[in-house]
Design a protein around this ligand. Structure first.
Ligand code: AMP
Ligand code: GLY
Length: 423
């Protein structure tokens, strides 16, 4: 089978690594890919949202399945684009169509979906520039901290958590009236603050049947001790030690099942991954957000723990018979540590040569922001590499990842050395 993966990060390198292991895979393409995917697949330099160029590629290379990594093409309707095209409509796309992708594309839609299906989440109201005054009044009814969320996609930056009510009002106005996050903040969801520890649950569904994949916890802040700015993710651990059977039963009954049943009740055609961001408040799970794709860097610990053939799993998603698959897991813990460019998530330099990857023996090095040039690996993004290792527990796995990172070098490389500190 010829398979195309869309994206260029650590998540997509992990998909490529796993899909390349399948006997069913003949030719594997990644668009646009990175230096890591270049070694195991053919990179094609086209953008993930250039649908006509993707169509040409799919026809030219006889692609038989498309796996979508990031949210952007899904929210922009890549699945619908395939369904609406005579030449493409028999080719499975792994990722929801627009009717499902809006769960990530609109925070208000996601909150309404949860309310409709009795899925536990923080209390909320949403506002536009016309209802700014009502927004101020709603803030007055809440206790600090105040949670303001831009309704639309804002590259992971659209959530503000503020201690001071006056500051919250100023930011609400910045978002609604002064387009702080562009069109994404035309509408703002104001939410009750939930206090607890976060984790992520991943579900693969064909729209009716589903498999709950391993849990993971990511570390979003740039600084040790979870301080400093939010990033795309500095590392991840799977499984999450505090997500025990009792807790996961609650997640299954109160969140996963009603979500999949909600898709059916609402006529949402969903074939792909659902990423459910959860928070554990006293032992109870609440949904913080839905994403309509896998997480990054969570993929780098979740996928390596799945023993099944991923292509077989994705075929079952496409064919609507995911109930025939029994998930087989590696019981070990997997951890990944992300090495970033100095300065990230603010300004940073690119084009630094990454050395020493070939000397890593005990970990899997997934490329996140790299490019191959004259046979050299150069940094091309903030997050450069994700170094994944297995262990009998997370401390052991982390120790291996940290050991491997000592053999890798690039100018101004930085990574957090305290992952798991809160567990
Ligand atoms: P989101 O983009 O919705 O994942 O929000 C980004 C981050 O903001 C989450 O990972 C949480 O750490 C935090 N957050 C979002 N909503 C809430 C909430 N209602 N209570 C507490 N923290 C929140
Ligand atoms: N690691 C968080 C995300 O992928 O959105």
């Amino acid at each position: 089978m010829n398979i195309l993966i869309l994206g260029s990060g650590g998540r997509e390198h992990t998909f490529a690594w796993k899909i390349a292991q399948s006997e069913k895979t003949s030719n594997l393409f990644v668009a646009p890919g990175n230096a890591g995917t270049a070694r195991i697949a053919t990179n094609i330099a086209i953008s993930v949202t250039d649908f006509p160029a993707i169509k040409d590629l799919v026809i030219r290379e006889n692609i038989e399945m498309v796996v979508v990594g990031p949210e952007d093409p899904l929210v922009q309707g890549i699945h619908d684009f395939f369904l609406d095209d005579d030449k493409l409509n028999t080719i499975p796309v792994i990722g929801p169509d627009k009717s499902g992708a809006i769960l990530e594309g609109s925070k208000e839609f996601a909150k309404e979906f949860m309310a409709r299906h009795n899925i536990p989440t923080a209390a909320y109201q949403s506002f536009t520039s016309d209802s700014l005054e009502a927004g101020y009044q709603f803030l007055e009814t809440l206790k600090p901290p105040y949670v303001l969320k831009a309704d639309g996609l804002a590259a992971g930056k659209g959530v503000l958590i503020l201690q001071d009510i006056e500051e919250a009002k100023v930011e609400l106005k910045n978002m609604l009236v002064d387009a702080k996050f562009g069109n994404a903040s035309n509408k703002v969801v104001i939410e009750e603050f939930l206090s607890g520890i976060e984790l992520s649950v991943f579900v693969l569904t064909d729209g009716k049947n589903y498999l709950t994949l391993p849990t993971a916890k990511d570390y979003k802040r740039i600084g040790e001790g979870d301080t400093g700015l939010n990033t795309g993710g500095m590392g991840a651990i799977s499984p999450v030690p505090f997500a025990d059977d009792t807790f996961m039963k609650k997640v299954e009954d109160r969140i996963v099942k009603p979500t999949i049943e909600g898709f059916q009740k609402d006529d949402i055609t969903y074939k792909g991954f659902v990423f459910i961001g959860l928070i554990k408040v006293d032992n109870e799970p609440y949904v913080i957000e839905y994403n309509v794709r896998m997480g990054d860097p969570e993929t780098e610990v979740v996928i390596p723990r799945i023993k099944n053939d991923l292509v077989t799993m994705l075929e079952a998603v496409a064919n609507g018979n995911l109930n025939t698959i029994e998930l087989e897991l590696d019981e070990r813990t997997a951890t990944t540590v992300v090495a970033v460019s100095g300065g990230y998530p603010e300004a940073y330099e690119k084009g630094k040569e990454v050395q020493g990857i070939e000397n890593v023996e005990n970990s899997i090095v997934f490329h996140a922001g790299t490019q191959l040039k004259d046979n050299k690996v150069l940094s091309s993004g903030g997050r450069v590499l994700a170094v994944t290792s297995y262990g009998n527990n997370f401390s052991e796995a982390l120790e291996t990842s940290y050991g491997s990172l000592e053999t890798i070098k690039f100018d101004k490389m930085y990574y957090r050395k305290d992952l798991g500190f809160d567990l």
